[in-house]
Structure formats: C-alpha cells, structure tokens
Design a protein around this ligand. Structure first.
Ligand code: PLP
Length: 389
C-alpha cells in the first residue's frame, strides 16, 4: 500500500545492483590510476575495463572514451571552437544546435553567443533538415567551419532526431558533428559509426550507474577538444583531475548490463509504456499525449492535462506514491515552462500542464498497475480543482 512507484528514469535511474557492487568494490580498493604501484595499476585496470564496456555500448574505439563527471561536462567538453587532430589545430567558427537541446548544450557550450545558431524544430519536435542544410550552406559560403550539435533523443518528449541525416548533411559541408545521447544510450541501439557522428555524450546515472560519471566518446581518438580542466593530464590530456574510479567502474558495469539486454528491454519497456498510455487515455480522455505519432524512445511519455498546472499534478501523484516529473525538470524542483514544448509550438496552456513519465530497467507490470491506481486516486480532485479555477 505504501510502496512507491518510480517513473522518472529520465531524471535519474535507480542504480543497478551489479553497478552498486562494482562501485563498492572500487571504493574499498585504494588506488589512483596515475600511480605506478600495484594499487594504482589495479585502479587503472578497473578504468580500462569500464572504458571497454562504455565503448562497446556505443560501438566505439575505447581510446576515444574520455571519462567526465557526467553528461553536462561531456557536452561542455565537446562544444568548443578549439580542437586538435593529432598535432594539427582545428578551429570551428560557429555552433549550430537545435532549439530542443538540453541546457547542458544550449548554455554549456564554449562558443561566444554571437557564434551560435539555434535551429527550429517541427510540431513533433524534429529538427528541420532543410533549415540545417540552409544554415550549413550559408556558413560554408561565408568560409565558416561549423560544429553541429543535435541530440539523439529528447529528455522531455523522448523524440528521436534523424541523426544519420544530420551527420550526412554536416559532412557535405566539412562540419564536425556532436550528438547528446544521454537519454538514448542504453535504451535504443546507439552506434557512433552507424550514426556517422564525431562525438557522443553519455551519462552513467541515466542507465543505472552512479551519479558522478559520464563520457564524451570520440570516433577518432586523435581528435582532441580543448580540455575544460587541463590539470594533470589524465584521460590522455583530455580531462585533467583524478578519475572517479568507483563511479567509472559502476558506469562500465551498467553499460555492459544495458547492452546485454538492449533488444529485449526495448520491447518490454515499450509494452509497459503502451499499456499505461492506453489505459490513461481510455479512463481519462482529458489527458493529452503530447507526442505519440513520431519515432520516440520506448520509455518516455509526455502528457498534459490542459489547465491543470503541472506542479499540481506532480505533487498530487507524489502524495499518491507515484514519482513523475513536470516541465523540463531534469533537475528536481525546476518547473519552468519548457523550451522544448515552446519550440514545438505547443500552446502555453498545454505546455504549462505537461508532465513526463519515464520507465527504465527496474520498471515492471506492477509499476503500471500502481501508477494507474495513483491516477485513479488523484484525477477526480485535480479535475474538480481545474473546473473551479
Ligand atoms: N543531456 C540530456 C539530454 C539530459 O537529459 C541530461 C540530463 O540531465 C544531461 C544532458 C545532463 O546530464 P548529467 O545529469 O549527467 O550532467
């Protein structure tokens, strides 16, 4: 009766038991990966194993994996005008990003504001390839080299962007391509080669690893973004600072677990979401499914009860034992109007009432049943308050 149901995996996922065990093992083993003694070498081996596992999840070369503190840092590391390929400097003049990127991209990049171009999306949240082509042509004609950053899957809606097409267009114009795959990795197949991108950001805590680790994965290990932290030359000079070995160990194990069950989990989780979405829409026709008829992650549902503020819904569901998120809350407590829904042209009244349900590895049938129970308990009151407002 008092059991809680957690449907907020896009904010953070519960730590997988095997990742927790790896984290504790690494915590108990003293050793700095830069030290030459046995303890140091053992820490390095743990990191090398994790590097291989994260690389395998993304079909990448382990030498291209740069461990960071998370997705935000990976995005910031990637989005710099200053690169080096081997010993040769490469400079990018403009950043082209979609309007629905996470704040880690839109605010975390290292380009001067006047050298950033934000491109529109359509009503389903998909980047306009025509707008991208036009922008790339314009910048090419002006002699500008572009860095393009488009997320693989959106954190609020789950909408999947046409990254192979983005990468193909970008290549035609000699642009570098980054994709933020923080929400996609471990949920749908992500291959850096098949996507055709140069750089991919991932984060451990979204796939059942521990907070405190992420990675920027670089297709060409000789390509080096200017470091955010120069420090002591760790991560082959690409990210200074003693590595967070326990979180990295857990990240590797979580990546391996996610990769091992990717296909079956995609189907299982999509079925859970489908059952909840259809039951909700059938029982509560007032609820609007904001994105349905578009390629999207199997785990994410973005719903709205127009006229009922999202925070009211989230608090009512929380009291009924169900954890969901409002607006663009990737960090808890943030209930600002969503820039993602605004970019899609969703009317303010609907956008302000949007909330997100997101499933993951720990979700099961009982979560769907309990979530439905929570909605049945709160909806009459929320509908009454909405009518009275
Ligand atoms: N990018 C996307 C798409 C996200 O959803 C998040 C989530 O918070 C981030 C980046 C930031 O990742 P992290 O929390 O690991 O810094």
């Amino acid at each position: 009766m008092n059991e809680r149901t957690y449907l907020d995996h896009n904010a953070t996922a519960p730590v997988r038991p095997e990742a927790r065990a790896a984290l504790l093992d690494a915590l108990d083993a003293t050793g700095n990966g830069s030290s030459v003694h046995g303890e140091g070498r053992a820490a390095r081996m743990v990191m090398d194993a994790a590097r291989g596992r994260v690389a395998a999840l993304l079909g990448a070369d382990p030498r291209g994996v740069v461990f960071t503190s998370g997705g935000t840092e990976a995005d910031t590391l990637a989005l710099t005008p200053d690169y080096q390929r081997g010993e040769v400097p490469e400079r990018y003049d403009v950043l082209i990003a979609s309007a629905v990127e996470h704040a880690a991209v839109l605010r975390g990049h290292r380009f001067p504001a006047e050298r950033v171009e934000v491109l529109p999306v359509d009503s389903r949240g998909r980047l306009s390839l025509e707008a991208l082509d036009t922008a790339l042509q314009r910048h090419s004609a002006a002699g500008h080299r572009a860095l393009v950053s488009v997320m693989l899957a959106n954190n609020e809606t789950g909408v999947i962007q046409p990254i192979p097409e983005v990468a193909r267009l970008a290549r035609e114009h000699g642009a570098l391509v980054h994709t933020d795959a923080v929400q996609a990795a471990g949920r749908i197949p992500v291959s850096i080669r098949e996507l055709g991108v140069d750089l991919v950001s991932v984060s451990a805590h979204k796939i059942g690893g521990s907070p405190g680790a992420g990675a920027l994965v670089i297709a060409d290990p000789d390509l080096r973004p200017a470091p955010v932290f120069a420090g002591g030359g760790q991560e082959r000079g690409r990210r200074g600072g003693t590595e967070n070995v326990p979180a990295i160990a857990a990240f590797g194990v979580a990546a391996q677990a996610a990769a091992a069950s990717l296909e079956s989990e995609q189907i299982r989780i999509a079925a859970l979401r489908e059952r909840l979405e259809s039951a909700l829409r059938c029982e509560f026709p007032e609820l609007v499914l904001l994105v349905g008829d578009v390629d999207r992650l199997p785990n994410t549902s973005c719903l709205s009860l127009p006229g009922a503020p999202a925070e009211t819904m989230v608090i009512a569901l929380d009291l009924a034992g169900l954890a969901v998120s409002a607006g663009s809350a990737c960090s808890s407590g943030k209930v600002a109007a969503s820039h993602v829904l605004a970019a899609m042209g969703v009317p303010e009244r609907i956008a302000r009432s949007a909330f997100r349900l997101s499933f993951g590895w720990s979700s099961g049938e009982e979560d769907v049943n309990r979530a439905l129970g929570a909605f049945r308990r709160v909806m009459p009151g929320v509908l009454r308050r909405r009518a009275a407002a």
